[in-house]
Design a protein around this ligand. Structure first.
Ligand code: GUN
Ligand code: ZN
Length: 441
């Protein structure tokens, strides 16, 4: 075996989108006989295998032909305490929250329960090829800490934070602005920028946060460098009408957050199914990202997302699975759902494979302000890699045997790949997950 200083050269067809395919033509970069040279956890070169091997003859080649390589997937909207409410179909947002999500979230007061769920949650991320996630924590500091601890043990990149609310949920989920400030400050001290962890200030949504609580969010962001921010926006017509009543001074939903400076790069607002033209303009001007969650939008009947309107207005869009309002952890499925709903939406976009890959990878890196670090295979970036290899005798294996172009292969992966096809996942070059094998726990 070559010593590690020569690096490891993975050999397989590979894809990535170093440029935004909604803006640039031919944004998909692919190599049918691809090589990805990694050293010290970083990408050293990405391209044609023979060319890279000729320039690096001492690197250890790992032959992965038969499968496909792509950057680690990035989920920009998901709730850790909702793992166990997946599959509750048939309700709209506010009823679903009351009947399904919030009772389960209240169980996070039990720290040992929270630890167990957190462990299953990060495992599910990895087994679906997700290497980075922006995660709603719990309403309880200890449970949120349990998620960070599980994230640290898993090797994944996790941005998360205490969910802040002081009204309209159920009393056991409410904190005072003071206690939310103190608990958040302590979690930031313990976990923000520790290894691969980041802290995200997380007011649940305008409906459950008073102005005093939103002011706490603003204060936290001003007191600490590099915090991310996440919340919900314009998901459901009933929710929007209630928000308008609670904040009569606000011209629209987004204006509530704007009043407290809660937007901009590193801020992610989930859903935005019912925006006004003015809100889109302001989101674009601020650089705030919208997390598009098409499975959840359909499951909760929230509505059809105006992807073209967002893109035309210049709003950043990435993908979120929104577990447990959504239908699971798979970002391939999420991107497929985006494709399917756009296909039938009035004025829908026609998504291609490059756009689906971008939404599931690089767009998420941009949302989190991590585009210099992850999201594609440009040299110097962290080697966060998913190896897709469907089991034999599956439809995906059959399709991939006869695909002739990278675009065809990628479309087939997005259409058919689930966790059973995620063979191996690396973060900074190290294996954090291998199918049917427990790692690092
Ligand atoms: N709005 C406020 N909380 C939630 C939640 O947990 N899920 C979704 N989909 N929307 C929300
Ligand atoms: Zn959500």
């Amino acid at each position: 075996m070559s010593p590690p200083e020569w690096g490891e050269l993975l050999r397989a067809p590979l894809f990535h989108t170093p440029r935004n395919p909604f803006v640039h033509d031919r944004a998909l970069e692919s190599h049918w006989d691809g090589g990805l040279l990694m050293r010290d956890g970083r990408v050293v070169a990405c391209g044609d295998f023979e060319t890279i091997r000729a320039a690096n003859p001492k690197a250890a080649t790992i032959d992965l032909r038969g499968g496909f390589l792509m950057p680690g997937l990035i989920d920009t909207h998901i709730h850790f305490p909702q793992l166990r409410v997946l599959g509750n179909l048939g309700r709209s947002l506010l009823d679903w929250l009351e009947d399904c999500a919030l009772p389960e979230e209240a169980r996070m007061a039990d720290e040992s329960h929270a630890r167990k769920v957190a462990h299953g949650f990060v495992h599910a991320l990895a087994s679906h090829g997700t290497t980075t996630a922006l995660v709603f924590g719990a309403h309880f500091a200890a449970a949120t800490a349990a998620l960070f601890e599980a994230g640290r043990a898993s090797g994944l990149r996790i941005a998360s934070g205490l969910v802040m609310s002081d009204r309209r949920l159920r009393p056991e989920l409410h904190q005072s602005p003071d206690s939310a400030y103190h608990d958040s400050s302590e979690l930031i001290r313990c976990f923000h920028r520790r290894g691969r962890l980041l802290y995200a200030v997380t007011p649940r949504f305008a409906l459950s946060t008073s102005e005093a609580m939103l002011e706490v969010c603003q204060t936290l962001r001003s007191e600490h460098e590099g915090l991310r921010f996440q919340t919900h926006l314009n998901e459901n017509p009933r929710e929007i009408a209630e928000v308008a009543k609670l904040f009569p001074w606000a011209s629209d939903y987004l204006a509530v957050y704007e009043r407290f400076g809660l937007g901009g790069r590193g801020a992610v607002m989930a859903h935005n199914v019912h925006p006004t033209a003015s809100e889109l303009e302001r989101l674009a001007a601020e650089g705030t990202t919208v997390a598009h969650c098409p499975c959840s939008n359909a499951a909760l009947g929230s509505g059809l997302f105006g992807l073209k309107r967002h893109v035309r207005a210049g709003v950043r869009v990435a993908l979120g699975t929104d577990v447990g309002g959504g239908t699971g952890f798979g970002l391939f499925k999420e991107a497929l759902q985006a494709y399917l709903l756009q296909r039938i939406a009035p004025e829908g976009a026609l998504l291609d494979a490059a756009q689906m890959l971008y939404l599931a990878t690089r767009a998420g890196a941009e949302a989190l302000g991590l585009e210099e670090e992850i999201g594609d295979f440009e040299p110097g970036k962290a080697a966060d890699v998913v190896y897709i290899r469907p089991p034999v005798e599956t439809p995906l294996a059959a399709v991939l045997e006869r695909t002739e172009t990278p675009e065809q292969a990628l479309s087939a992966i997005f259409t058919l790949a689930g966790a059973e096809s995620v063979q191996e996942v690396r973060v900074e070059g190290s294996i954090v997950y291998r199918l049917n094998q427990a790692i690092g726990q």
